[in-house]
Each structure stands twice: as C-alpha cells, then as structure tokens.
Design a protein around this ligand. Sequence first.
Ligand SMILES: *[C@@H]1O[C@H](CO)[C@@H](O)[C@H](O)[C@H]1NC(C)=O
Ligand SMILES: *[C@@H]1O[C@H](CO)[C@@H](O)[C@H](O)[C@H]1NC(C)=O
Ligand SMILES: *[C@@H]1O[C@H](CO)[C@@H](O)[C@H](O)[C@H]1NC(C)=O
Length: 354
Amino acid sequence: MSKYVVTIVLAITLATPVVYSDNSTMTKHLKVLIASNDLPVSGVKLLQEHFTVVQNRFSYYGDDEKVQSQEECLKLVPGCSAIVWASSHSITDELLDKAGPNLKIVATASAGYNHCNVDGLKARGIKLTNTPGVLSAAVAEIAITLMLVTARRFTEWLQQVESGKWVNGLDKYLGQDIRGSTVGIVGFGGIGQATAKRLAGFEVARIIYSGHREKPEGKALGAQLVPQDDLFQQSDFIILSAPLTNETRHMINRSTLGKMKKNAIIINVGRGDLIDQEALYEALKNNDIYAAGLDVTTPEPLPADHKLLKLPNVFVTPHIGSGTERTRNEMAILAAKNVINALTGKSLITPVLP
Ligand SMILES: *[C@@H]1O[C@H](CO)[C@@H](O)[C@H](O)[C@H]1NC(C)=O
Ligand SMILES: *[C@@H]1O[C@H](CO)[C@@H](O)[C@H](O)[C@H]1NC(C)=O
Ligand SMILES: *[C@@H]1O[C@H](CO)[C@@H](O)[C@H](O)[C@H]1NC(C)=O
C-alpha cells in the first residue's frame, strides 16, 4: 500500500514543474519601463519576475524633478514593450515615438486617463489600461473626509488651534449637518457609488446623481438619477467624481455655480479641471456657496501663496485620494498584471483601449 503512496507522491512531485511551467524565461527579454521611481515595490517585483524592468530614478509627480524624469524616460524607453505610467504628467507623442514598434501597452496606475494621450495611443495601436475599482473605497473615504471637514469649518478651527485663540461658544462658527442633507454625486461610477455606500450611516435625506444613464447599482444605494441642473439646484453637498473629458471640463463654472444653494458645499475628488477655479474662487469669496473641499486642483501642487488657500471656506488636500498603503499596492499590482497579460497574449483586466 505505502509503495503506491510513495509512487503517487513521487509522481506528483516530479510532474509539478512540468504542469506549472514557468513561462518567465520566455518573456525575460521583454523590456518594461516604469516611468517613475515611486511605484510600490509589490508591482515592481511582480514585473521583475517576468520582464527586464528599467525604472526611472526620478519622481514624476510635480515639477521638482520633471525635467530629469522626462529626460530619463526618453533615454530608457527605446525598445520597451510596455510602460507603467505612474505620473500625473502627460504621455507625449515624443515618448511614444522614442519607444518604437515594440511598445504594446501603457498601464497607468490611476483610474483617470485624461493625461494618457489616448489619441496618440490609438493612432499607434497601443493598448491602454487603468486601475479603477481597487481605488474606489480609498477615494470615497477622502470624499467623506472632505464633506466632514468643510461642513464643520475645519480650516477656521485649525487656524484657531494654531493661534491659541479659540472663539468657542454656543453660537460661534457653527457648521452644518450631513444628516438630513441632499447629496448630489456627479459621476456615479465606482468612486461615486462607493461614496454613496459610505453615506448610509449619515441619515442623509436624499442621494441624487447625474450622468448619461441610470446605473443599475443606484437603487440598492438609495440613489436617484436626476438632470444635472436639478442636482446643482437641489444639493447641499455636490461631490465631483466624474472623469475629466472635453465634456466635463469646467462643468463647475460661473453659470452652474449660480444655480447652487447658498449652503452648497463642493467636494472634488475627480480632477482639478472639472472646476473653473477662478469662478469657484469668486463664489466662495462672495459666500455664494458655503465651502469647497478639494483633493484635486489646477495646477498640482497648488502654489502655497495661491489665493484659494487664503479663503476660510476652502480645505485642500494634495491629491491623496488613493493614498493608502493597501490601495497603492493594489493599484501597482493591477497595473503589473495588465502588463503581464498584454505581453503574454491574455486578455486585459481593466482595459481602456483593448
Ligand atoms: C505558459 O504558456 C503556455 C503556452 O503559451 C500557456 O498555455 C500557459 O497558460 C502559460 N502559463 C502561465 C502560468 O502563464
Ligand atoms: C478634446 O478636445 C481637443 C481640443 O479641442 C481635441 O483635440 C480632442 O480630439 C478632443 N478629444 C475628444 C476625445 O473628443
Ligand atoms: C458650464 O457648465 C455647464 C454644465 O456643466 C455647461 O453646459 C456650460 O457649457 C458651461 N459653461 C461654460 C462657460 O463653460
């Protein structure tokens, strides 16, 4: 009897390397560029298991190392089969041309792809993937955070704490409730829906959303599709979680701000250019609306002396929506898996351009 067991065990042991053949030797010659020095290690390691990875030594987020990182990308990209884009800067035609005919896919470690030169990629037949889904919860948490800190006037309160002069009192610096409010969500995709889900405990009166069509998930979340103008007119909180496109650019402008309630609070976790910032500044300064909480601005970083930052009714965070350890790792791994699939003939997990 035991002889059979030994034989079976032996057979399985010997068979194992054959069944799970490691294909990485077949792809190791393919070169993959990581366009920034800050992709979480989990994603870098996964790519290194399959490919020859070249990585930008510079950060590619703000302006500090922009020139060096651009130059380094141009230097490293020739012959690459894939680029993992971990940058808010735009993908240039020059970079795509420098890459040459090997380039099959760009995987951006972001949900938004307004900076990814979709026209340029399409023209060259290059695939594009993004990382939606995995970041919805983290961004929704920041949307809720910004609702709370703007409704409860944190900018002013924190100034008082810093100065040591508290003007506390039963009728001083009163904020407003989320309870009983109408929350309008512009862009009811993953982030918008995750935000609605998280509002479930806040006893809001209504959740409404705008968009091209009714979303099947809306009903379960107690959210109702309304025309965009109705949303602007009726909402106490307006949450922007729409992608930036030609259609949505400056959707918050003088005209739409003029339709809002005096106590309206605008939260932007989408992209800075959804808002005409000059018009927003005027509306906030004149108290035409109550406050704004912005995780995204134009430009980023917003200069420290920017006039928006001098207003008492603005709270700005430096584009940290997806910035948790877990989420950034999941984004890096999803981007890496998309690259692996693209270069091994499998279907993309989260395609933008399949
Ligand atoms: C290895 O390659 C073979 C043939 O291309 C494929 O069928 C198999 O799924 C690959 N295995 C892995 C683990 O990717
Ligand atoms: C957006 O507008 C720009 C400039 O007007 C144009 O070049 C581009 O093709 C437009 N993109 C789409 C997707 O319509
Ligand atoms: C203002 O936004 C609305 C809808 O968001 C749009 O229809 C209108 O064209 C915009 N106006 C300007 C001047 O951008």
